[in-house]
Write a protein of this length. Structure first.
Length: 264
C-alpha cells in the first residue's frame, strides 16, 4: 500500500471506464444510510458522464441495487451492489439480486437486540450485514468484536471488513475488485482503462484491481496507507474532479477546453 499517494491527476485523452463508490465519495456520510440525498446537479452530472463515456459508467457500492435506485431515482445506471453480490449490467435492465441467508438473519436479530437501542444502526443487506456506529463511535470496538465472534458460528466463506465508522460481515466473494473485473469484460467497458473512486477500507480491493489493469485509483479523504495511487481531500473535491474531467466543462479529457476546466 502507498504511504504517500500522489495528488489526483488530470486525465489525458483516452478511452476511460469510470467506476464510482457512493457513500463518502459522491455523498457525505450520515448517521443513517437513508439520511442522505442526491442533488439534481449530481444526477445531471452522472447523466452527462454516462453519455460522454458511451455508457462506460457504473456504481460499485455496498448498497443494494434497490437502495441505489431509490437514492438516484429516476436514474437507473449500471450498478454492482452489495460489493458485487448484485449486478445490473445494463441501465434499467434486470437485477441479479442476493437473498438473506437464514444464519445471517438470525445473527442480525441478535446484534440488533444488543446494539440497536444505543444509536447503532444494523443494516440488513441480504448476505451482507453492516453495523453503522457513526452516531455512536464509542461502540465501534464492541460492534466489531460481536461481528468477529460471529464468524465461528457461520459457515466458512465469510469475512469481516472494518470501516471508518462501522463494520461489515460479508461472503468472501463480495469484492469490489471482482465487480470491476466483471464489468471490464463486457461492452461498453471492455478495451478501456478503468478509473475507480472510493473512500473506505472496502474499496482497497477495487484500487488494487484498478492498478493491476493499468488504470487510475483514487481514494477520497484518505486515512493512513492505501493502495490508491492518487487522493482527493473530500467529497466536494471528488465532484469537482469528475466535473472537470468528464462533465460539461471537459469537452474532451486532455484536449481543448478541458485544459482550462476548473478542478484539482
Amino acid at each position: 500500500m502507498n504511504l504517500q499517494p500522489e495528488l489526483t491527476p488530470r486525465l489525458s485523452e483516452g478511452r476511460w471506464a469510470l467506476f464510482l463508490d457512493i457513500d463518502g465519495t459522491l455523498l457525505e456520510h450520515a448517521a443513517h444510510p437513508d439520511a442522505v440525498s442526491v442533488s439534481e446537479e449530481l444526477r445531471l452530472l452522472l447523466q452527462t458522464i454516462e453519455r460522454r463515456l458511451d455508457g462506460a459508467l457504473a456504481f460499485i457500492t455496498g448498497r443494494s441495487v434497490a437502495a441505489v435506485d431509490r437514492l438516484f431515482d429516476p436514474l437507473k445506471l449500471r450498478t454492482a451492489g452489495l460489493y458485487g453480490l448484485e449486478h445490473r449490467l445494463a441501465p434499467g435492465g434486470p437485477v441479479e439480486a442476493a437473498d438473506e441467508p437464514a444464519d445471517m438473519a438470525a445473527l442480525a436479530d441478535e446484534i440488533e437486540l444488543e446494539l440497536a437501542s444505543q444509536a447503532v444502526y444494523v443494516e440488513r443487506k441480504g448476505p451482507v450485514l453492516a453495523v453503522h456506529t457513526r452516531a455512536a463511535p464509542h461502540l465501534l470496538a464492541r460492534a466489531t468484536k460481536l461481528v468477529e465472534q460471529a464468524l465461528d458460528r457461520l459457515p466458512k466463506g465469510y469475512r469481516v471488513i472494518a470501516g471508518n465508522a462501522g463494520v461489515e460481515l460479508m461472503p468472501l466473494e463480495a469484492a469490489k475488485g471482482a465487480a470491476i473485473r466483471r464489468f471490464m469484460d463486457i461492452p461498453p467497458f471492455a478495451g478501456r482503462r478503468p478509473v475507480f473512486l472510493g473512500d473506505d477500507t472496502s474499496d482497497e480491493n477495487g484500487f488494487e484491481t484498478t492498478n493491476a489493469a493499468g488504470g487510475i485509483s483514487i481514494r477520497i479523504k484518505p486515512r493512513g496507507p492505501t493502495a490508491a495511487r492518487h487522493v482527493i481531500a473530500d467529497v466536494t473535491g471528488a465532484i469537482g474532479w469528475l466535473q472537470a474531467n468528464f462533465g460539461d466543462l471537459a469537452i474532451e479529457a486532455g484536449r481543448g477546453d478541458a485544459r482550462r476546466s476548473r478542478g484539482p
